[in-house]
Design a protein around this ligand. Structure first.
Ligand SMILES: *Cc1c(COP(=O)(O)O)cnc(C)c1O
Length: 391
């Protein structure tokens, strides 16, 4: 970040699909649980019971904004853990009925790597293809469901290109074919969409705190009453036997506040960022020769603008933008510092050379028109310079 000091203004943060800053008031909601309210909610004394009541209250508040029952909320440590619990937890609990899972080629690695791991242990997995806009085809989903299918996991919205799947319709198709198949949706990237768990018609839904203005260290799985789920962690009966381990109360309290702020206001927040995103898209398509917008033209998240530029290396582009005080993303981020060409773009049929010139800008509610103007000023020049160097 200190590099941007040379440009004389604060950095422009456009990587909200990676993580978001805390929303106003979230830190304050967490603070007491780091200091005076540190007792264990399992403690059998008044102070412990008080903590238990506060945790129960947080669960009620989260359930309320998700349109669900408190008993259906499992607090986890992250979106990744929530997805693992859904996919692996359902697979393990249902293996007497069958060992087939259906998912897609464009899921987050939390889903894909879990599915691959289950494959090594004898499960059969179907990875559904998508079209050039990143949409799953309902007929191929129908065709994939068989007698031994126990789980379908399809993300609500893609975190790289922003395409929103018709999950309600896809879940309806699955239930029409085999009502016993559990339907999970990774909604971690979908904080700008209406998230009424029951109305979506799914059985399980994953969310992460730090993608919606909450702290790192918390996530949740909504699991419809009656869904069979095996805990991945053993050690106690917390979370109704679905997740062992001492609760991270400060993080849960922060997530609860963040969800209360974010979900009921999704429409206004989406409108605000959609306007800025639209300016970015128009400006970049006009200003950078050969820029191609990825994802669905209309069924897309309001805050993601992902482009492919010919004859540009994504990693070099990110570095050049960083020097200019613009923080963005490209391809699929790995744990290592290197970039892999995105598996999502590949599944959408984007040629590797073009996918390597990917730039993903993801906005948040704190971004401003001035910041968008700065990107539109800087980016065309940076791309032109990088292309000139390649010749
Ligand atoms: C970030 C993300 C995850 C993982 O969530 P963490 O809380 O970072 O572990 C899973 N799925 C999607 C779509 C994401 O964007």
């Amino acid at each position: 970040m200190n590099q941007s000091a040379s440009t004389g203004s604060a950095p422009v943060y456009l990587d909200h699909t990676a993580t978001t800053p805390l929303a106003p008031g979230v830190f304050e909601a967490m603070a007491p649980y780091f200091t005076e309210k540190w007792l264990s909610p399992s403690g059998l004394y008044r102070g412990g019971r008080g903590m238990k009541r506060e945790l129960d209250d947080a669960r009620r508040r989260v359930a309320a904004v998700l349109g669900s029952e408190p008993a259906e909320i499992v607090f986890t440590s992250s979106g990744t853990e929530s997805v693992n619990l859904a996919v692996r937890g359902v697979a393990l609990a249902s293996q007497h009925r069958g060992r087939h899972i259906v998912t897609t080629q464009i899921e987050h690695r939390a889903v894909i790597d879990t599915a691959k791991h289950l494959e090594k242990q004898g499960w059969r997995v179907t990875y559904l293809p998508v079209d050039e806009h990143g949409l799953v085809d309902g007929d191929s989903l129908d065709a994939a469901i068989s007698d031994d299918t126990v789980l379908v996991s399809i993300m609500l919205a893609n975190n790289e290109v922003g395409t929103v799947q018709p999950v309600r319709e896809l879940a309806r198709r699955v239930k029409a074919r085999r009502p016993t198949v559990a339907f999970h949706t990774d909604a971690v990237a979908a904080g700008f969409l209406p998230l009424d768990a029951g109305a979506l018609g799914v059985d399980l839904l994953s969310l992460s705190s730090h993608k919606v203005g909450g702290p790192k260290g918390a996530g949740l799985l909504w699991a419809r009453r009656g869904v069979l789920l095996q805990s991945l962690l053993t050690g106690d009966d917390r979370e109704r036997g679905r997740r062992s381990g001492q609760e991270d109360v400060p993080a849960i309290m922060g997530m609860t506040r963040a969800l209360e702020l974010a979900l009921p206001t999704h429409a206004e927040r989406a409108n605000a960022v959609a306007d800025l995103t639209a300016r970015l898209i128009t400006g970049i398509c006009d200003g950078v020769p050969g820029a191609q917008l990825t994802g669905h033209p209309t069924d897309r998240l309001p805050h993601i603008a992902s482009f492919c530029f010919e004859r540009v290396d994504g990693e070099a582009l990110l570095q050049a933008l960083d020097v200019q005080g613009i923080l963005a993303a490209s391809g699929s981020a790995c744990s290592s510092a290197t970039l892999e060409p995105s598996h999502v773009l590949k599944a959408m049929g984007v040629p590797t050379a073009l996918a390597e010139g990917n730039l993903r800008l993801s906005l948040g509610v704190e971004n401003t028109e001035a910041e968008v103007a700065r990107v539109l000023d800087v980016l065309p020049r940076v791309v032109e310079r990088l292309r000139a160097l390649r010749r």
